[in-house]
Design a protein around this ligand. Structure first.
Ligand code: HEC
Ligand code: HEC
Ligand code: HEC
Ligand code: HEC
Ligand code: HEC
Length: 223
């Protein structure tokens, strides 16, 4: 790093960090960390992701295409649940039982019985959205996913959450610190729980070269 770039980046970072702390008191328009609303159906991520091995993008399929990943459509669920109905036989997924949560799913789908398909009065499941940045913030999911940032880096290990909660603060200091310090694939895989932690952290200066950095000028994130 040249002397000049040291002087241009370091004071900028301090100013941003101070700004972010001062502003966090006014951050009323965004969602809050740890928030974990009760959803209309107790949807189990661990069953679908860990036991059934589904990919996050199977349900959140627009995450790598659109700025907004969206909550899954009812038809995505019914692709399987047309046949996987409320009466669960004993299997390696659990004992024989009747699922009250799948009853609810069948009500939203207006489906009377297994295999019958959705009825004419099917209506969308009113999922409660958890993560939200204020309107004046520009956050393109696609750019992050295409840059290889794992979902869990920002959302935590959703595959282990019985009920999803907001893992990160989503405040400006959080965004800026990753853009400034950069992101490495190894950290992302560790955050995802897909890779063992590296034995010893490399020297910060040596690490800096593998890190993917992003712009942190105001106009990058603010309209
Ligand atoms: C790829 C197929 C597939 C898709 C897509 C799918 N599921 Fe499932 N789901 C399953 C299977 C298989 C089980 C486990 C059933 C068992 O335990 O016997 C399950 C279990 C569940 C359970 C737990 C049932 C219980 O009480 O044990 C709920 C609730 C559920 N799914 C809701 C949903 C919702 C809501 C969606 C859409 C967002 C969805 N599923 C999408 C296959 C799928
Ligand atoms: C079978 C479909 C399915 C799969 C696979 C799935 N999800 Fe979800 N996801 C849902 C549903 C339904 C909701 C809304 C209900 C809830 O919050 O549990 C949701 C909610 C979320 C939310 C909260 C969204 C908000 O409101 O802010 C995040 C974050 C999320 N999922 C991440 C992931 C990640 C990461 C993976 C892969 C490890 C994944 N999901 C795999 C169906 C799925
Ligand atoms: C760099 C951090 C970051 C990464 C990586 C990331 N997200 Fe998000 N996610 C966010 C933020 C920030 C929001 C709130 C965005 C907003 O309000 O516009 C969000 C919102 C969401 C939502 C709810 C918003 C909606 O459109 O309904 C879902 C679902 C979600 N993310 C799933 C995923 C999945 C799945 C992945 C991986 C394929 C992923 N995210 C990767 C930061 C991230
Ligand atoms: C864990 C690291 C990380 C976090 C957290 C993060 N970003 Fe990023 N961001 C990146 C990376 C990596 C890129 C991709 C840069 C590239 O494509 O070269 C990126 C790209 C962007 C871009 C596209 C413009 C550009 O610089 O190429 C915007 C806009 C952006 N981020 C906004 C945000 C906002 C807003 C937040 C917080 C809500 C956030 N980011 C949180 C790592 C992160
Ligand atoms: C990497 C993305 C990113 C960059 C770069 C960024 N911001 Fe932000 N900013 C955010 C996010 C996300 C929020 C909302 C969350 C919060 O309030 O902490 C925010 C909030 C704010 C707010 C708060 C408004 C309020 O009412 O709370 C102001 C003002 C602001 N930013 C100004 C700036 C200025 C000035 C710069 C350039 C020095 C800048 N931002 C650079 C992401 C960014």
């Amino acid at each position: 790093m040249t002397t000049r770039s040291k002087w241009t980046t370091v004071p900028g970072l301090i100013a941003l960090a101070v700004g972010a702390i001062a502003l966090s008191a006014y951050a009323g328009a965004s969602s809050s960390q740890h928030s974990s609303p009760v959803q209309p159906i107790a949807f189990p991520h661990p069953v679908h992701v860990q036991k059934l091995g589904m990919n996050c993008l199977y349900c959140h399929y627009t995450a790598n295409k659109s700025p907004d990943p969206g909550l899954p459509a009812l038809s995505t669920c019914m692709g399987c649940h047309n046949l996987v109905g409320p009466d669960r036989p004993a299997s390696d997924l659990g004992p024989k039982r009747h699922s009250a949560e799948l009853d609810k799913l069948y009500k939203y789908a207006d489906q009377k019985m297994v295999g019958a398909g959705m009825g004419p009065n099917a209506k969308p499941i009113p999922w409660i959205r958890i993560h939200k940045v204020p309107e004046y913030v520009h956050f393109p999911h696609t750019r992050h996913i295409n840059a290889g940032v794992t979902c869990q880096t920002c959302h935590g290990q959703v595959q282990k959450m019985d009920r999803v909660y907001q893992f990160a603060t989503l405040n400006m200091g959080w965004c800026v610190s990753c853009h400034v310090n950069g992101y490495s694939q190894q950290e992302g895989l560790e955050a995802a729980g897909y890779a063992p932690s590296s034995p010893a952290p490399a020297a910060p200066v040596a690490m800096a070269t593998d890190r993917k950095k992003a712009r942190y000028d105001c106009a990058n994130c603010h309209y």
